[in-house]
Each structure stands twice: as C-alpha cells, then as structure tokens.
Design a protein around this ligand. Structure first.
Ligand code: PAD
Ligand code: ZN
Ligand code: ZN
Length: 341
C-alpha cells in the first residue's frame, strides 16, 4: 500500500536539525526531511486515495483511519506512526532506500530530502492540483503544527491574551492561528530580536526578549497581563521554556501548549500546584490535526486566502544547497528555507 513520488519542494524544519543533532533519535543512516510537496509517480497494489500525477503532501503523522486514535474525534497520534517505535521503516517493516547495497532508513515515513521517495498510503494526502507546491509544502509540517496548536489544541478564544515562546516558522504559524481565532493581545517571546518584525507583521501585538529583564520572563508576562495570559505556547523545544510558558499562563484559567520537541529522554521537574490551581497543560503533534483529512482543507483555505504562507518563506534554494539552508536555520537568519528540485 505504498506510493512513490517525485519531490517538488521541501522545507527545512527544526525537527530535521534535531534528527541531525540526535535530540530526536532515529535509526541511522537515515534520509531526513518531512515537510514537503510532490507529485505521485506510481502506486502499489491496493492504493485508492492517490493516483499517478496527483499533487500530494506527505505527512509525518499518518492517519490510518482504523485505529483507536484515528477513530477518536479529537486525537491524531495514529498508532501506525513511526514516532512510536522509531523503526525507520514503512509500515510493512521495509526500507525502500539503499546506498551501495546497504539499507537507508526512512524518517517518520516521509524522507523528503531526496528527489524521489516512497511513502505509505496513510502518510500522503492529495491536494488541489492548482496549489503552488513550493509554498504549500509548509502545510506538511511547520504551518499546520503552529496554526493548529492555536485554533485546534488550545482553542484560542476571541478577545483573549496569548504568549508565543519561539518565533521560528512554527511559532509564527501559532501567531497566525491566535490572530485568526480573534485573540486581542499576542505577545511574542524570543531571545533573537531579529524575529520581532516578522512576528508583528503576522499578528503579534508586542514582542519581548527574556534577556532584557532581570526577573524571570513568566513574572514579566504575569505583570503585563493582570496575572497571566489566557493561552501560552512553547515553540522552542527546551525544558526551561516549557516550564516558563506554563507559569506564564493564568494560574486559575490559563492553558499552556507544548509544541517544541524536547531533547530525547529528558525529564523536567515542576511543582504540581501549578496545575492544581486550575491551569491546563497540553501538547500535540501536527497541531492536533488528523493529517489526511485536514491537509486538503488547509490547502483549500490557503487558496481562499484565509491565511498567508509566503511571509514564512525567507529563502528558496536549489536542493543542492541544503547545507546552506541548515546554516541559515542554525544562525537564526531564516524562518523557513524551501529547497526546490
Ligand atoms: P526555529 O529554530 O526556527 O525557531 C525556534 C525559535 O526559538 C528561534 O527563533 C530561536 O531564536 C528561539 N529561541 C531559542 N532559544 C530560546 C529561548 N531560550 N528563549 C526564547 N526563544 C528562544 O524552529 P521551528 O519553528 O522550526 O520549530 C520550533 C520547535 O517546534 C522545534 O523544537 C521543532 O522541533 C518543534 C516542532 N514540533 C512539531 C510538532 O508536531 N509538535 C512539528 C514541527 C516542529
Ligand atoms: Zn517539522
Ligand atoms: Zn490510525
């Protein structure tokens, strides 16, 4: 039930860098890349939802449609996700890449840093053929993750106050979601002030850097917002900022969402009183969206101009310059680099 496709565009997400750094553990050697768009080249036996020539988006968080999670109305961490066991294979346990006769692993059933890839049918969504693939590839991960974290996971309410920690591609997409949900105040938090202008362009009403204050940032946010924000988002992937985002939301009615991927096998300590008083602490992959169902709708919403994607793309490079793309991400100079094939 697999599908082979030609890649047209792939974004570089921080999660790919986490794989390279080892903070996300994957069997090696592996072909990373999970935020992309392409065209179906061929299909295996039994595949019915895509056909050759279809424009598609691969999804790192599959939707088998049959498991307990897929049948649950709200959840999306499908039991077939490779993130559960990190086998680095397709669902049938095989890998479809080799180098010099040796097998190469898949990353989360996607592996988009490759001219061609093979994915399971549960890991690919057909989209509007008129959609620009070099832009909508962001719907494959970064955009949907941030946007869904606001509109679907936190369920940001009209007139509310939000704080977004981390203003990369995913954090800025959370800002777009907070704005779409009608938040009245959206406070961006980042140590790199170069990110502030774009955050404000996309809907942040204020931006602050923790390095400008001599007290903890959660106290600064509590002072600014009459005791704490309604919704906070950690979109960095650090244990300290996860705790600080939690403390930044109001102790009786705040909701805090973990979006950033924490370093592998690390635990954090927190005082349970932080929750006993009434806060909600949540997290989700892929913005809580069921991937195969939601991606075509998100692409349609983009085509209907319900949200922008172009401001998130700061660099477009040919695939050969992939290392330059990673350098731009690591030096904080890019939001999203899209590699084209
Ligand atoms: P990015 O590196 O582009 O953005 C991270 C931002 O955080 C940067 O602007 C940094 O300057 C800022 N930052 C770093 N340290 C601090 C700090 N101590 N305090 C404040 N700001 C800081 O990453 P991204 O937007 O591509 O991804 C963000 C995270 O989300 C990352 O951990 C990634 O792995 C995760 C992610 N999660 C999912 C999911 O399904 N949950 C999907 C995609 C990405
Ligand atoms: Zn990603
Ligand atoms: Zn499932």
């Amino acid at each position: 039930m697999s599908t082979a496709g030609k890649m047209v565009a792939t974004g570089i997400c921080r999660s790919d860098d986490h794989v390279i750094a080892g903070t996300i553990v994957s069997p090696l050697p592996v072909i990373p890349g999970h935020e992309a768009a392409g065209i179906v080249e061929s299909i295996g036996e039994g595949v019915t939802t895509v056909k050759p020539g279809d424009k598609v988006i691969p999804v790192f968080n599959p939707q088998c449609g049959k498991c307990r999670v897929c049948k649950h109305p709200e959840s999306n961490f499908c039991l077939k996700s490779d993130l559960r066991k990190s086998k680095g294979t397709l669902v049938d346990g095989t890998t479809r890449f080799t180098c010099k006769g040796k097998p190469i692993h898949h990353l989360l059933g996607t592996s988009t840093f490759s001219q061609y890839t093979v994915v399971d049918e549960i890991s690919v969504a057909k989209i509007d053929p008129s959609a620009p693939l070099e832009t909508v590839c962001l719907i494959s991960c970064g955009f949907s993750t941030g946007y869904g974290s606001a509109v679907k996971v936190a369920k940001v309410t009209k007139g509310s106050t939000c704080a977004v920690f981390g203003l990369g591609g995913v954090g800025l997409s959370a800002i777009i979601g907070c704005k779409a949900a009608g938040a009245a105040r959206i406070i961006g938090v980042d140590i790199n002030k170069d990110k502030f202008a774009k955050a404000k362009e996309l809907g942040a009403t204020e931006c602050i850097s923790p390095q400008d204050y001599d007290k903890p940032i959660h106290e600064v946010l509590q002072d600014m917002t009459d005791g704490g924000v309604d919704f906070s988002f950690e979109v960095i992937g650090r244990l300290d900022t996860m705790v600080s985002a939690l403390a930044s939301c109001h102790d009786a009615c705040g909701v805090s969402v973990i979006v950033g991927v924490p370093p592998d096998s690390q635990n954090l300590s927190m005082n349970p009183m932080a929750l006993l008083t009434g806060r909600t602490w949540k997290g989700a992959l892929f913005g809580g969206f069921k991937s195969k169902d939601s991606i075509p709708k998100l692409v349609a919403d983009f085509m209907a101009k319900k949200f922008p994607l172009d401001p998130l793309i700061t660099n477009v490079l040919p695939f050969e310059k992939i290392n330059e793309g990673f350098d731009l991400l690591r030096s904080g100079k890019s939001i999203r680099t899209v590699l084209t094939f």
